[in-house]
Write a protein that binds this ligand. Structure first.
Ligand SMILES: [Zn+2]
Ligand SMILES: [Zn+2]
Ligand SMILES: [Zn+2]
Length: 294
């Protein structure tokens, strides 16, 4: 029996970095330097029994499996998939499980009822279910489940407000013995997610040791041609204001789900230095965390 290992396989917003169609400085810089590329958010988890669990089904899964292999050489098919919500970058790789690519057989897909309903209502995804490629398994919101029997950890889906025109949205708390890891790539606002609590209080209630938090936008100046109220995500600057500087007992917080416009994508930016000075961090692909098994 081994410990449970969680690896970051993707750290960008749904569009990836560089983003298709963007020919501005933000993406030109990345096209000139492969090391700056970021895939849509995803995590790979290896359970204590060697079982393998993917969080989110991104279209970049091919490259993401290579990252995962480099940390944890995997054998055999995936044991489970869990999906937070139905926005593009979180589900657009589902077809890769079909017979044209991986030809998966009865892959358990843990998701909410509303995501499962969407699978049934989309002819391409319904075909995957009818062909026995994926088997949607509906979780109870707020209740921890074992993604496969004996895997040594649980996943607790926590309902989190996020524009819900397609499906609802959950943050996923990966629960093990030696620590909990929170994966929250998308939410609309701290006010809606937390109510009256502070970020610290909320993370403490969930006994979080490592938090991968929505860092889509640095600040409100980022999309001059779009009304930011239509693209709701708390900005990193707001999160930093709410958090203040990191203190000794604080959890390890890393920002994830970066939009291509986010200056945190540029390692030479003053914003990267500002984040580092505050004591918090940026998630990188290949970051991995070891959690003691249950
Ligand atoms: Zn997203
Ligand atoms: Zn760009
Ligand atoms: Zn989303």
């Amino acid at each position: 029996m081994r410990d449970v290992r969680v690896t970051v396989l993707g750290s960008a917003q749904d569009g990836g970095v560089p983003q298709p169609g963007c020919s501005r400085e933000c993406c030109l810089r990345v096209r000139a330097n492969d090391a700056l590329r970021r895939h849509p958010v995803s995590l790979g988890i290896v359970g204590s029994d060697g079982s393998t669990h993917l969080i989110e089904a991104s279209r970049a899964m091919g490259e993401q499996f290579e990252i995962w292999h480099s940390v944890d050489p995997m054998e055999g098919p995936l044991s489970s998939l869990s999906v937070t919500h139905a926005h593009l970058g979180h589900v657009d790789g589902l077809g890769l499980f079909g017979k044209e690519v991986m030809g998966a057989s009865h892959l358990t897909m843990h998701c909410s009822q509303s995501v499962a309903d969407l699978i049934e209502n989309n002819p391409i995804w319904r075909a995957l279910r009818e062909q026995g490629v994926i088997v949607p398994n509906v979780w109870s919101s707020g209740e921890a489940f074992e993604p496969s029997p004996g895997c040594g950890f649980r996943i607790r889906p926590i309902p989190v407000p996020h524009r819900d025109e397609l499906s609802d949205n959950h943050a996923l708390l990966i629960e093990a013995n030696g620590g909990n890891l929170l994966f929250m790539p998308d939410h609309d606002s701290w006010a809606e997610t937390l109510g009256e609590a502070s970020i610290r209080e909320w993370l403490a209630t969930l006994e979080v040791d490592i938090a991968l938090l929505d860092g889509t936008f640095w600040d409100e100046q980022e999309l001059p041609h779009r009304d930011m109220s239509e693209v709701p995500h708390p900005t990193v600057t707001e999160s930093l204001e709410r958090l203040g500087e990191r203190e000794t007992e604080d959890p390890d917080i890393r920002f994830i789900h970066l939009n291509h416009t986010n200056p945190l994508c540029n390692p030479d930016s003053s914003e990267v230095a500002e984040l580092a000075a505050s004591g918090w961090a940026l998630a990188s692909e290949g970051d991995s965390f070891t959690l003691e098994r249950l």
